[in-house]
Ligand binder design. Sequence first.
Ligand SMILES: Cc1cc2nc3c(=O)[nH]c(=O)nc-3n(C[C@H](O)[C@H](O)[C@H](O)COP(=O)(O)O)c2cc1C
Length: 332
Amino acid sequence: MADLTTKYLGLSMSNPLIVGSSGLTDSVDNILELEKAGAGAVVLKSLFEEQIMLEVDASLKEAYKNDMIYSAKSETLDYIDVHIRERTMGAYIELIKEAKDKAMIPIIASINCVSSAEWTNFANQFEEAGADALELNIAILPTDENTDAKDIEDTYVDIVKKIKQKINIPVAVKISPYFTNLSRMVKKIGDAGADGIVMFNRFYTPDYDINNFSEKSSDTFSKSSESGNVRRWMGIISPKVDCDLSATTGVHSSEDLIKNLLAGAVTAQLVSAIYKNGKEQIQKILGGLNEWMDEKGYNTIEQFRGKLSQAETSNPSAYQRIQFMKYFSEIR
Ligand SMILES: Cc1cc2nc3c(=O)[nH]c(=O)nc-3n(C[C@H](O)[C@H](O)[C@H](O)COP(=O)(O)O)c2cc1C
């Protein structure tokens, strides 16, 4: 049996698989089951920055209740449902405390935010409740044609700097791939003090019902084929940054996990695979990783992590190729 132990954000984990932020991680019972199923850590379901402010501002509470608080921006972005609307910061803090009390694996709290506003003053409460780390899901959809890209990028950096001033636990930042120069952006977030980057957020995407002329949601769950873009950027970015990279989106099998590790990921997060196949998928994936490592003669993940990243691979130009000239010309 290979040694799968992993250090992510300075936290000791028995293996590199994290159950990602979702409804799977919103109760202590679920978390304990995930731990039993073999998860190396969990990221709790996100609390929204607006929810933190609700706790301190009664007028905000009123606006929130009347549905006035969500800008089109945040509304299009996320998974806001009745369930999450009902959760308060107090309940979230209790969740962290109880999870820390009962589970042995690292518990990573998660906040979904779009600004570095006043909510950051309350971040220390997550630390005090015992969270081992904080994952910031920063999701700004730039729909305003009058806002400069630099201003939006600065918001990410500001949030990280502010939070790092307020808390001592490690901070990971979950981002999307939609930046003009993603490598630069990741470097800026790292320079601002982030201990980890989670790549990539998977957004709600509107689809159409062409018979009823209405809008509907596209697939809630990812497919393994979506992991290619994560792999590309993991491979390009991992040799360039000091912080830990965690892969999310499209990790469904041991092969997906191994590929991300080969690209340089420190951990990988699972959500859709568990919704689709149950918690047993964790053991299946870890079993596959173990078998593959035994077959290749690896005792630890460090022995092969990043082996196919752009800096290590024998074919670095594969990462630069975005047009399919060679392949297209060969297809008849
Ligand atoms: C039902 C559901 C709820 C989710 N809730 C959150 C959330 O609260 N915060 C967050 O950062 N990501 C959330 N996500 C995104 C996941 O954490 C993950 O990044 C995304 O699903 C891609 O990973 P996957 O391919 O393993 O599903 C959610 C995803 C799903 C399917």
